[in-house]
Ligand binder design. Structure first.
Ligand code: F6P
Length: 348
């Protein structure tokens, strides 16, 4: 029997509840383990905010977006007593270890705590699909589906009004969402953080369409997209020690397009819509498998690892390896090549 704590940290995403459900079902049913849920990411174990989870208390959560445990970007290493407080909470609740469901930031914290001897297993969560150690993370498929649906809808209004639409999708350093939704939604231009753009090239594509009788265009850009020699567009100056909030690149690109081409251009930021709602069937499957695999690793005492999807199986990778590098879009990968072959411009 093991007694495990579980928390969800960082930005939320569809599928978190499905992981929690799998941890509880795989843990409690037939196996006799005990599962404790911590509130609001790392704040929970720091402050001891918790509740015992049961099959009953987690009934019906599989399709629900968000997280029943709450989430936050609390960083225990920003507090002098953070790691010690977590250790003390685990001891006082007689926990064998923690399952931390989080993205890049939360897993870095998990890695730092594991290095201090705190028993942790990570589960990769990120709509950005930017964790290199796993082929996929849950939330991404749902975000791409939501974004593709939005691009489809924007297409019809762009065509009716003969406008250019510029839609900004999430993706700070990695443009996977923009790349995937852009291709699936048949964008004309895709701007990624990995491929700096030239506005002249973007306009060239739009005007070439114009010349061929296509009087509307769809530009999809990741929030972290930047021009050659330029920088990311920030919504506001970052607070000390916090990640800068990005936003506004679509508006900037739209204004430049309108000025250069004379074509009426509108912009839209899809924002947190991409992180909300029900997970797709793919994300539900992945989440459930991640949750079950995490409990298996806990039973085996394989603390300090992260569950990774290594199709068709699940694998365990050391947390340090899991956070060592971000999975950016390789500029010469087959997906980018295919997009180019389909006539999509990257503005380069
Ligand atoms: O990491 C996930 C993510 O959705 C990024 O794509 C985005 O830049 C960021 O979180 C937004 O964070 P917040 O919800 O804190 O504004």
């Amino acid at each position: 029997m093991v007694r495990i704590g579980v928390l969800t940290g960082g930005g939320d995403c569809p599928g978190l509840n499905a992981v929690i459900r799998a941890v509880v079902r795989r843990g409690i049913d037939d196996h006799g383990h005990e599962i404790v849920g911590f509130k609001d990411g790392w704040r929970g174990p720091i402050e001891g905010a918790h509740e015992e989870l049961s099959v009953e208390s987690t009934r019906g959560i599989l399709p629900r977006g968000g997280t029943i445990l709450g989430s936050s970007r609390t960083n225990p290493f920003k507090r002098d007593d953070g790691p010690d407080a977590i250790r003390a909470t685990l001891e006082s609740l007689s926990l064998d270890g923690l399952i931390a469901i989080g993205g890049d930031g939360s897993l870095r914290i998990a890695c730092g705590l594991a290095e201090k001897g705190i028993p942790i297993i990570g589960v990769p969560k990120t709509i950005d699909n930017d964790l290199a150690a796993t082929v996929a993370s849950f939330g991404f498929d749902t975000a791409v589906t939501t974004a593709t649906d939005a691009i489809d809808k924007l297409h019809s209004t762009a065509e009716s009004h003969e406008r250019v639409m510029v839609v900004e999708l999430m993706g700070r350093y990695c443009g996977w969402i923009a790349l995937s939704a852009g291709i699936a939604g048949s964008a004309d231009v895709i701007l990624l953080p990995e491929i700096p753009y030239r506005i002249e090239k973007v306009c060239e594509k739009i005007m070439a369409r114009e010349a061929s009788g296509r009087h509307f265009s769809m530009v999809v850009c990741a929030e972290g997209a930047m021009p050659v020699g330029g920088e990311m567009t920030l919504l506001e100056k970052p607070e000390p020690g916090r990640e800068a909030r990005l936003g506004g690149v679509a508006d900037k690109v739209a204004r430049a397009i309108e000025k250069r081409t004379g074509k009426e251009t509108r912009s839209l930021v899809l924002g947190h819509l991409q992180r909300g709602g029900m997970p797709t069937a793919f994300d539900r499957m992945l989440s459930l498998r991640f949750g079950a695999a995490a409990v298996r690793l806990a039973e085996e005492g394989r603390w300090g690892t992260m569950v990774a999807y290594d199709p068709p199986d699940m694998a365990a990778v050391p947390l340090a390896e899991a956070v060592a590098s971000l999975k950016t879009v390789p500029v010469d990968c087959d997906t980018v090549r295919t997009a180019r072959e389909l006539g999509i411009s990257f503005g380069d």
